[in-house]
Every structure is written in structure tokens, then in C-alpha cells.
Design a protein around this ligand. Structure first.
Ligand SMILES: Cc1cc2nc3c(=O)[nH]c(=O)nc-3n(C[C@H](O)[C@H](O)[C@H](O)COP(=O)(O)O)c2cc1C
Length: 335
């Protein structure tokens, strides 16, 4: 299989192709713009090398297609993708190979502190979504990338977090002994809830721009990252949004995982897979509540994991953002 390397820019000028890469010198391929255009179309998804070679054989070109592909691989434009075997190996590593110790979640001091302590920035109003229909929200959900920049009200956040990521039952008693608050609006393997939630407020009434932790028990936001370094890192978030074509979002939700939590030992490396499933459940809830509230969102993985996690105030790599969602009021064209 071959695929296009990340961060490649191929431009056509008349019959010639120009190739730019982040960490290598640019180069040109005279007379090859037609074949490269065809190749880029084909490699929107990785394909077997022979398939690309055959397709390029139908286009005019100076050298045999195999030579062109070989050159592009040497130049780092194409990658002979070993992803399939790598994923099989990664998946295999998440399967139980031995008995894992079940560690009492009671040892999770850092998590317990995050769940309960901290400087309260905003107590959210109880979640309300008058007359919302699940079927309508499901149909309305789509990835929006251009937002109006509307200032969201605490009630918007109350509904988003209270219904999307909050308690389904009052009080949300732990379901695992000494575990985190349970009975939430989304499922979690073993009710251990390894995914935690940060809100990066950009335009939210009553919140200074910055990062806050959502505490489910108090349905409130706690100041999280007020360090100088975090503030200095903030431009990387703008860059990340630009790279993903996102404009005018009112807030970002970051879903992060604390890999150091001992209770995750219950499932061994499979905990990783389960946590990612949980992040997916949570993200879908948030997107549906946004849609039902007349807002929209886009899920994002296109970020530098280390930079984003550090800029949010997390102790990367122990604590890492695995998923982000930009949310706001969608800019409908013509408005
Ligand atoms: C796991 C995941 C990661 C995604 N990452 C990004 C991203 O980094 N940037 C982006 O613009 N869209 C991202 N998306 C959104 C997809 O592009 C979008 O869901 C897809 O085009 C389907 O469109 P729809 O959501 O409107 O149905 C992601 C979606 C998923 C499920």
C-alpha cells in the first residue's frame, strides 16, 4: 500500500509540478502535473502500489510510472504504508496477555482531587432542552467549521455538559467502589470513567477565556490552566483551529485521559480501547446536544497531542487530550 505523506503541498504550474514539504527542500517535476494530479486524486485513500501504477500508465509522462512512484517514495512524498500490520500489532497489544491486578480506585488521589476540589469559576444552570427531539437532533448533526462567534450563555453550557456529559441520576453515586461519580448520560467500561472533560472557553458569558475542568458532581467549571506557560501556548490552539479550517468557535471541549490512573489496570492494555470508545460516546452526546440546542460542532483529532495537552495545563504524556470538539453557532452562508 502507498499513501501520501502528511504535510505535502503539490502545485501545478502549466505542465510542471512543484512539491513542497515541511522538512525538506522543495523540488519540481517538469511535465508531471497531469500524472501527479491523477495520483493525488487516487491517493485520497491509501491504495495498493500496483493500482496507482496502472492508473498512471494511462496518463502521458516522461518515465515509466514505477520510476515516478519510486522517486516520490525516495523523496518522502509517498509513504509505503505499513499501517495495516502496525494496527494489527497495536490491537494485539491491547488484548489481555496476563492477569492484570485490579487496583482499588480509592488510590486515585489526583482524580479524586480533580473531581472535587479547585477554584470554582462557574456553577452551571441545570440542564434544560425544551421540546428537543432526538430524531431531529440526529438529522441536524453535521460537522460545522464556520461559526458566528456568538457569546454562549451559561445555560448553553449547562445543557451541553449536563446532558452531554453529566449525571443521568441524582445523586450520581459511584458505581465502582470508590470510583468516580456514576450513572452518567454515557456508558463507561466498568463505570471507571477514564475520560475527563476540559472546556476551553473562547466566548462564554461569565468566563474569562481559558481552560476549565468540568466537575460532574457539582455541575460546575473549575479554573484549570492559568499558568503563564499555558497562556503562552495559547496561539497553538488558534493554529490548530486554522489548520482544521475552523473559524469563530465559542468553545472547545477537550476529552483527556489520565493514563496514570491505577484503576485502569483492571482491563490491562484493553483499557486504552475502552477509553477511546468512551470518548466517542461522549463526543456524540455533546454533538447531539449541541445540535438540539441550535448549536453545531466539529470533532477534531487534527492537533499536536503534546502541544495541545500542555497548553491546556495537563501533565503530558501521563494526561493526554485524545479528542477535541469545537462548538458554536454555525455561520450559515448569506447570514
Ligand atoms: C475521530 C474523528 C476525527 C476527526 N477529526 C477531524 C479533524 O481533525 N478536522 C476536521 O476538520 N474534521 C475532523 N473530523 C470530522 C470529519 O471530517 C466529519 O465527521 C466527516 O467529514 C463527516 O461529516 P459530518 O460530520 O458532517 O457527517 C473528525 C471526525 C472523527 C469521527
Amino acid at each position: 500500500m502507498i499513501r501520501l505523506a502528511l504535510g505535502i503541498c503539490i502545485r501545478a504550474e502549466g505542465p510542471d509540478a512543484f512539491i513542497e514539504q515541511a522538512d525538506r527542500a522543495p523540488f519540481s517535476l517538469p511535465g508531471e502535473s497531469g500524472r501527479l494530479r491523477r495520483m493525488v486524486e487516487l491517493l485520497a485513500t491509501p491504495r495498493p502500489e500496483e493500482v496507482v501504477e496502472q492508473a498512471l500508465a494511462c496518463e502521458p509522462g516522461a518515465s515509466p510510472p514505477s520510476e515516478l512512484l519510486h522517486l516520490l517514495c525516495e523523496q518522502g512524498v509517498l509513504v509505503r504504508s505499513p499501517l495495516g500490520p502496525q494496527l494489527i500489532e497495536l490491537h494485539g497489544r491491547t488484548l489481555p496477555q496476563r492477569d492484570w491486578p485490579v487496583v482499588d480506585p480509592g488510590y486515585e488521589l489526583r482524580r479524586v482531587l480533580r473531581d472535587n476540589a479547585g477554584e470554582v469559576a462557574l456553577v452551571l444552570p441545570g440542564p434544560e432542552l425544551e421540546g428537543a427531539s432526538l430524531a431531529t437532533a440526529l438529522r441536524a448533526r453535521h460537522s460545522a467549521r464556520r461559526f458566528t462567534g456568538r457569546v454562549l450563555a451559561p445555560a448553553d453550557l449547562g445543557a451541553l455538559l449536563g446532558l452531554g456529559a453529566g449525571a443521568a441520576q441524582d445523586p450520581p453515586l459511584p458505581m465502582a467502589p470508590s470510583g468516580p461519580p456514576g450513572h452518567r448520560t454515557y456508558p463507561s467500561a466498568g463505570a471507571l470513567y477514564p475520560i475527563e472533560i476540559l472546556v476551553h472557553a473562547v466566548r462564554v458569558e461569565g468566563l474569562d477565556p481559558g481552560v476549565y475542568l468540568y466537575q460532574l458532581l457539582g455541575h460546575r467549571l473549575i479554573r484549570f490552566a492559568a499558568t503563564e506557560e499555558a497562556i503562552e501556548e495559547a496561539p497553538s490552539v488558534d493554529g490548530m483551529l486554522r489548520t482544521n479550517g475552523v473559524e469563530g468557535a465559542s468553545l472547545l471541549v477537550y476529552l483527556f485521559m489520565d493514563f496514570a490512573r491505577p484503576s485502569l489496570g483492571k482491563y490491562g492494555e484493553k483499557a486504552y480501547r475502552m477509553a477511546l470508545f468512551e470518548a466517542g460516546h461522549l463526543a456524540q452526546n455533546l454533538l447531539l446536544v449541541a445540535a438540539a440546542s441550535g448549536l453545531a460542532g466539529v470533532p477534531l483529532c487534527g492537533f499536536d497531542d503534546e502541544q495541545l495537552s500542555l497548553s491546556a495545563g495537563l501533565a503530558f504524556p501521563q494526561e493526554a487530550i485524545v479528542y477535541a470538539i469545537a462548538i458554536g453557532e454555525e455561520q450559515v452562508s448569506g447570514r
